[in-house]
Structures are given as structure tokens and as C-alpha cells.
Write a new protein. Sequence first.
Length: 128
Amino acid sequence: MANGKKPNSTDNNLWAAVAYLTAFVVPVIGPLVIFFIKKAEDENIKFHAAQALILNVAVGGVGIATTIVFMILSFIPVVNIAATCIIMPLLMIGSLGIVVYYCLLAYKAYKGEDPKVPYIEEYARKLN
């Protein structure tokens, strides 16, 4: 209370963590719903929901772009085999990395820390 802010409660931290974890169930809709429902309640929840929303949109955009590139490469006979052997394992490792990153963000948000996603944090602050 020394800096004028109210301390984070466990309930608020839980909502901040849920904003990240909804990426697995309803990717964009989950953080958006939490953003609009809880934005008047706590700035921390609002920030994490905005950050999760922007991160979901960015990950979805990269996923769509990767799928388009992969589909284009699949029409070229020789590149098709190379693309499958090289790109598919990279996509699996990248997807696993995204899952781990979302879980790490949710864990840190639940613990009351303020995890910041590089480049996305500044846009999330603008939504606040």
C-alpha cells in the first residue's frame, strides 16, 4: 500500500492467469470476454487480458501465414518432401514452445508477478 496501489488478491491473480489459459479453449474470445467483464475491477486483470488477446492474435497470424507457406510449398514436387521433413518438426516444436510459454505466463500472473511479452506489452498498455 506504500505506492498507493491496492495489493493483488488471489482472485484477481487467478483471473489474470485464466486470461492466458483460455488460449487453449477459445483463443481470442476468452481473453476478450475477460477484458470486457473484469476491466473495471482491476487494472492488472485488464492488462493481462489485453496482453493475452494481442498474443493470441499474433500467434494466430503466424500460424495462418505458416499454413499458407506450407500449402504453397506442398504443390512443388521435390520441395514437398523437404518441406514436410523440415517444417513439420519445426511446427511441432514451435507449438510446444507456445504452450509452455502460455503456461509460464499464466503461472507468473497467478503468482502476482507482472510478466511482459516483448513488443506486445506496449500495445497492451495502450489498451488500458
